[in-house]
Design a protein around this ligand. Structure first.
Ligand SMILES: *[C@@H]1O[C@H](CO)[C@@H](O)[C@H](O)[C@H]1NC(C)=O
Length: 429
């Protein structure tokens, strides 16, 4: 009963109104500086609500019929409700927001005034909606609709904009930039798709579009690629594309025909890590999405002794655990022992000593841990080196079996004993 859960979950009020269509109501922050509101509250933002009406829900779930969103009887007088019917404007992946509350994913929504480069009759607002774990990011530019005919409508005191009969500020979506996944990880030398797309309404057919991808890594910024085209060049044939990184690729025709500005990075290096900024500018609008890329490489783990460790009387032996060529730096190495009488392996009190990190030319690291095996370890004990690293789904273990000295050694001891006995026997005689 997926649908019932959606409706019962708290903060985010959702209403599934008819098959395939839903109203989404989000709690947002209106950034006061940007709208020129008085900071009466002393806070830089005030509460706002965003009501997205008739959101197309492309899911196979059967949606139950519910009554549509009903505005609150006594809304916060400072709060403002932005209402937008999005039935004719697809917001990709909006399902994620619809389910976020039930999946305990935090949704943030920030609204600020959007200043156009040129003078305009209309007022615009910029809305950014993000789902915390990186599953969704969208930026919307909303245009405040002109007041309905000659009906003397209420004016919002602080914004100075006319409100609808139900006290909401009616808007329509003019522009959208989104990322289907805004946090990704990929293996070293592998490839990764950084997702970015856009949509727009009422643009002149020959309007210019500019796409730019930049990388931000530890305070340094650099261009990755740039593209310029006109909206009516639907094949992207006349598009100008410039690459700064030879391992980046984007499909110009896909950009123009589908609004898909995703870029593929291949042959990934450690230095490709960081935040990628996808900027889309069409006509008077521009917007960005930030996609984080993490490069991962799992360590290869081995022990200095293979399979078994033979005890040598009273001389302590050492065992080394080598973790090679992993990224990023953080790795955890643990030593465990499992004697024949123990039910489960136990973490050793002495965790050995760690070597310092070795950094390789490809940016990966290596590390060893050296354990002095106690002389009193019971034969049959298994000593394990367990390594945890972010690139490993589960920790990796390698182990050796502790054994008694070989039978050969007994023969040697025995022969020594015989020689001694014979020696004393001769002395006595
Ligand atoms: C964009 O194109 C890539 C392939 O180039 C594809 O994997 C991705 O799903 C597309 N994104 C959208 C939102 O269509």
């Amino acid at each position: 009963m997926e649908v019932t859960r959606i409706i019962l979950c708290g903060v985010l009020t959702t209403c599934v109104c008819a098959s395939g269509v839903a109203d989404i109501v989000l709690s947002c922050e209106l950034m006061e500086d940007s709208v020129g509101l008085h900071m009466s509250s002393g806070f830089p933002s005030s509460p706002a609500t965003l009501i997205l009406r008739d959101v197309f829900v492309d899911s196979h779930e059967s949606l139950e019929v519910q009554s549509p969103f009903v505005p609150l009887a006594n809304p916060d007088p400072r709060a403002i409700m932005f209402e937008s019917n999005v039935s004719s404007f697809k917001i990709p992946n909006i399902n994620v927001v619809l389910h976020a509350d039930c999946n305990e994913q935090e949704v943030t929504c920030k609204i600020s005034k959007y200043a156009l480069k040129e003078r305009s009759e209309s007022d615009y607002f910029l809305v950014s909606i993000d789902v915390k774990d990186g599953a969704f990011g969208t930026l919307l530019i909303l245009r405040a609709m002109p007041p309905a005919d000659d009906q003397s409508s209420q004016i919002h005191m602080e914004l100075g904009l006319p409100l609808s009969q139900t006290g909401t500020l009616l808007t329509e979506v003019s522009f959208l930039v989104f990322s289907a996944v805004n946090s990704v990880s990929a293996p070293l030398r592998g490839a990764s798709l950084l997702s970015c797309g856009f949509n727009h309404r009422d643009m002149a057919p020959d309007e210019e579009m500019h796409i730019e991808w930049r990388q931000q890594y530890r305070g340094f910024g650099q261009k990755i690629l740039k593209m310029a085209a006109r909206l009516n060049d639907t094949q992207g044939g006349a598009a100008e594309v410039r690459h700064w990184s030879k391992d980046s690729s984007m499909d110009a025709s896909q950009v123009v025909s589908e609004g898909n500005a995703s870029v593929t990075l291949s042959n990934l290096k450690v230095t490709d890590e960081g935040a990628y900024i996808c900027s889309v500018a069409i006509g008077p609008f521009s917007g960005q999405q930030v996609i984080k890329l993490q490069v991962l490489q799992a360590p290869s783990v081995s022990l200095s002794e293979e399979e078994k460790l033979v005890l040598k009387g009273n001389t302590a032996q050492t065992l080394s655990c080598h973790c090679r060529k992993y990224y990023p730096l953080e790795a955890k190495v643990e030593w465990l022992s499992h004697s024949p009488t123990d039910e489960e392996p136990a973490i050793l009190a002495d965790q050995g000593s760690m070597s310092s990190h070795q950094k390789h030319s490809d940016g990966t690291y290596s590390l060893s841990s050296r354990l002095v095996v106690p002389t009193d370890v019971a034969p049959g004990t298994r000593i394990t080196c367990r390594v945890s690293h972010v690139a490993l789904d589960a920790s990796l273990s390698v182990s050796v079996l502790v054994e008694h000295p070989e039978a050969d050694d007994y023969w040697w001891v025995l022969s020594l004993l015989v020689i001694t006995v014979v020696f004393f026997y001769q002395l006595i005689n």
